[in-house]
Design a protein around this ligand. Structure first.
Ligand code: ASP
Ligand code: MG
Length: 806
């Protein structure tokens, strides 16, 4: 035998009811050994409750009441008037008395289901099916707990079997869900959403093989599809896991539904009334094919009751008194936390019971509070519980780490001894983000990395292009989904929750100006619960550099091609690193020195592994590399070579910025600090290549008088031996024995045969001398400037952070 149950949405006017009739017809043709259980149609139960509420306040309910009747009457083939009359009489009585007992409420609510079976039966008869409307009050006997009555199994089973045995064969029984009667023949109900339970009781009493539950969703999902776009439908589920999910308010399953089915090994299938014939739904049985099913469920509107008392240490019976007080006040408790020190206990209750809970404890412990044994009793509201069903603690490390990385720290944490469920208590604000993060981890879905790019000049723009081009293959190869959710410059920020596309520049032109760009980005990330955040700074702005701390404190890792944060006074440099550590955030800046060359990372590793780096020497500046590589061997004036470099885009618009040596000095400082040498910019001895007279001239005048530099550098060139060339180098030396250092930036002569002497074009070179490498330095050489290589280097940092996130 098969039982089929239809929920309220499946019985609604329009598509719902017509689909339901089709489904019943199809099933009836295949197998007449069938019974149907139905809920009230549409939102009838909610509407009746609303009518009762109005009547209780003595308010006029006629408009709502007319509405209710119109909806229920729509295309009805029978008169429903006698039911309407009875409900109206009851409502009028309530309005008169301005009160309504649970008993009366059950009488009224029952009509939702009674109307439903009679309406449907008439529809089926018109379609050629001999059907019979059955009031479950004739089948199920309950106790007197109106609103949430308990069913007497033995008597109900006997009554149900007797009733069904007396039915003529081929008559299709259409049974009300949700309702029953007590031993005095008074109306009772089984609790909200109780029709599922009715159907499973009927299946049990009639020894059915299968219960099909037609809903408005495709089945049970790994999370609420409204909250998680990537939620996956679960094909098969065990009774135990289904029961656990039902407990957490998966509202298509009533908490009590599973038990009667499990008892007689009856399979339950969740199907969609609006789905196609090929749908598979979710099958719940004793032996699901896949035993490792996992799902997330969440409960909102929770409060944590704190109870603290030093004086209670070691006292027996305190917990007993707490729960007694709750019991007396009908307060139900969820998670509980008590450390073994017994100095306090905390309990989760629903938010609307929080005040009552606090009051009842204050009453119970009145004397203890006066004596000072109990210090504090208070409620913390705005919390939610996230349950991870089907996960053992031994697999919880990864999901937990990803929570911490996203700055989510559960207030409470517990696991069930059976049923392997882990529960976390979180603030409601954190709940949504936690659901996304954990769902992604559990189902090994692509890790979303959310990137904010500040600065879209040459480097920034190139980077954005590179990321957009590579996105797909990174997703395929690494299961990492890079999303640029913000692109900003000092005036505007373009925001896109799911990441920008190739047309970002056009879109950005259209948006208005913003102020406080940084805060804007941060609050957008928070509002949209974006996880795995990275901020990329491609500006040369001090203002942006100074906002890194704010970003780190708000959960961002930081990648920067901007050198400023690393060349601020050493105390600021250290302070920022402390903030990073405290917030467990990364800061990568490989491109600060040598653009895309793998320099900083190499030095870091050498230093960390205990290798004593004694010297780093090299050509750190692409522009000065070009100038001296060419000037040393070509028959041109210094001025000619500098202008040539400028034209090729190797120098800044004012070449004095390069010629001053400051840029090289900054890079040298950054390297020194990597070696934990606490230097300041002032510690670097810089040979400024600009003669005093030209230093502070306006740019135009400088260009007019630049030829004055020719004799100075001609002299340098003349002093070279054969096979010697000029190089402008940074030179850092470290004396480990005396713990002293020297930092110099200067023009030197180098043998053409040496590594330094051989570089070409605008290449950079870094010679790293260490104790183990001896006189033969480790050499890193290559293009050390340019938008493409710099962007590529920044991208590399982003990927390194993304991979750590794994
Ligand atoms: N009609 C009842 C309710 O809305 C029972 C059910 O639909 O399952 O709670
Ligand atoms: Mg580099």
């Amino acid at each position: 035998m098969k039982i089929i149950k239809f929920g309220g949405k499946s019985l609604e006017n329009g598509k719902g009811i017509s689909q339901t009739i089709k489904i019943i017809q199809r099933n009836y043709q295949q197998n007449t050994n069938l019974a149907i259980v139905v809920s009230a149609r549409g939102k009838a139960t909610d509407e009746l409750l609303h009518l009762i509420a109005l009547a209780k306040k003595g308010e006029d309910f006629s408009a709502e009441w007319a509405d209710f009747q119109t909806k229920q009457n729509h295309l009805s083939l029978i008169s429903l008037q006698k039911y309407f009359d009875e409900v109206e009489t009851l409502l009028s009585g309530i309005k008169l008395l301005e009160e309504c007992s649970d008993k009366t409420q059950d009488r009224i609510l029952a009509y939702g289901e009674i109307i439903s079976v009679n309406y449907l039966t008439a529809q089926l008869e018109k379609n050629g099916i001999a059907a019979k409307a059955i009031d479950a009050g004739d089948l199920f006997l309950t106790n007197d707990e109106f609103g949430n009555a308990a069913v007497n199994f033995a008597i109900s089973e006997a009554k149900t079997q007797a009733y069904f045995n007396s039915l003529e064969p081929h008559i299709l029984p259409i049974v009300t869900g949700f309702i029953a009667k007590n031993s005095h023949g008074e109306r009772t109900t089984l609790g909200r959403n109780g029709s599922n339970y009715s159907a499973s009781l009927l299946a049990n009493f009639l020894n059915a093989d299968l219960l099909e539950n037609y809903t408005h969703v495709d089945g049970i999902f790994t999370g609420n599809p409204d909250e998680i776009h990537e939620a996956i439908k679960i094909e098969q589920l065990s009774y135990a896991d289904a029961a656990e999910l039902a407990q957490f308010g998966a509202n298509i399953l009533h908490a009590k539904t599973i038990e009667p089915l499990q008892q007689k090994n009856i399979a339950l299938k969740i199907l969609n009334t609006f789905g196609d014939d090929a749908q598979t739904g979710t099958l719940i049985s004793a032996n699901p094919e896949d035993k490792t099913v996992r799902a997330l469920a969440s409960l909102k509107n929770k409060a944590l009751i704190h109870f603290k008392g030093k004086g209670l240490l070691g006292k027996v019976g305190v917990d007993g008194r707490i729960f007694k007080a709750f019991q007396n006040n009908n307060i139900s408790v969820g998670m509980i936390s008590q450390g073994s020190s017994e100095r306090g206990i905390a309990m989760v209750v629903s938010e609307d019971q929080a005040e009552k809970a606090v009051k009842s404890l204050k009453q119970e412990f009145k004397e203890d509070i006066e004596k000072g044994d109990v210090d504090e009793i208070f409620a913390e509201k705005g919390l939610g519980v996230l349950a991870i069903i089907g996960l053992n603690l031994n697999l919880f490390d990864k999901p937990y780490r990803s929570l911490v990385r996203n700055q989510i720290t559960p207030k409470l944490f517990n696991n069930t001894i059976t049923g392997n469920t882990i529960c976390l208590l979180l603030t409601e604000k954190e709940l949504n983000k936690a659901i996304q993060v954990i769902h992604g981890e559990l189902f090994d879905q692509p890790k979303k990395v959310h990137i904010a790019v500040i600065g879209h000049g040459l480097v920034g723009k190139t980077l954005i292009e590179q990321i957009l081009v590579q996105r797909k293959s990174i997703l395929e190869e690494k299961n990492i989904d890079l999303r640029i959710f913000a692109i900003a410059n000092s005036q505007k920020v373009l925001l896109a929750v799911n990441g920008v596309q190739e047309n970002w520049e056009e879109l950005k032109k259209k948006i208005p100006q913003n102020t406080d760009i940084q805060k804007y980005i941060i609050s957008f990330a928070q509002q949209n619960a974006l996880e795995n955040l990275i901020m990329i700074d491609n500006t040369a702005s001090e203002n942006v550099a100074k906002s890194y701390a704010l970003f780190a404190e708000n959960g961002f890792d930081i990648v920067s091609s901007n050198k400023i944060a690393n060349t601020l006074p050493y105390s600021d440099y250290q302070k920022f690193r402390k903030i990073l550590r405290r917030n467990n955030k990364k800061y990568y800046y490989e491109t600060n020195v040598g653009a895309g060359l793998p320099l900083i990372d190499t030095i870091k590793l050498l230093h960390l592994s205990g290798e004593n780096i004694t010297r780093i020497k090299g050509v750190f500046s692409g522009s000065l590399s070009y100038i001296f590589n060419h000037y040393s061997i070509e028959n041109k004036t210094f001025e000619e070579v500098v202008l040539e470099a400028k034209e090729k885009g190797y120098t800044e618009p004012d070449p004095r910025e390069d010629l001053s040596g400051n840029d090289v000095a900054r890079k040298l400082l950054i390297l020194a600090r990597e070696l934990k040498i606490p230097s300041e910019f002032e510690d670097v001895q810089i040979q400024n290549l600009i003669p005093e007279a030209l230093k502070s001239l306006p740019k135009e005048e400088f260009f007019e008088r630049m030829h004055e530099m020719n004799p100075i550098y001609q002299q340098e060139k003349d002093a070279l031996q054969d096979n010697e060339v000029l190089r402008y180098v940074g030179d850092l030396q470290w004396d480990n024995e005396n713990q002293t250092s020297s930092l110099e930036v200067k023009l030197v002569k180098a043998s053409q045969a040496s590594a330094l002497g051989q570089i070409k074009g605008a290449d950079s070179i870094f010679e790293i001398y260490t104790e183990s490498y001896g006189d033969q330095p480790l050499v890193i050489q290559g293009a050390g400037a340019g938008a493409k290589v710099t962007a590529r280097g920044v991208f590399g940092d982003v990927l390194r952070i993304s991979e750590i996130l794994d």
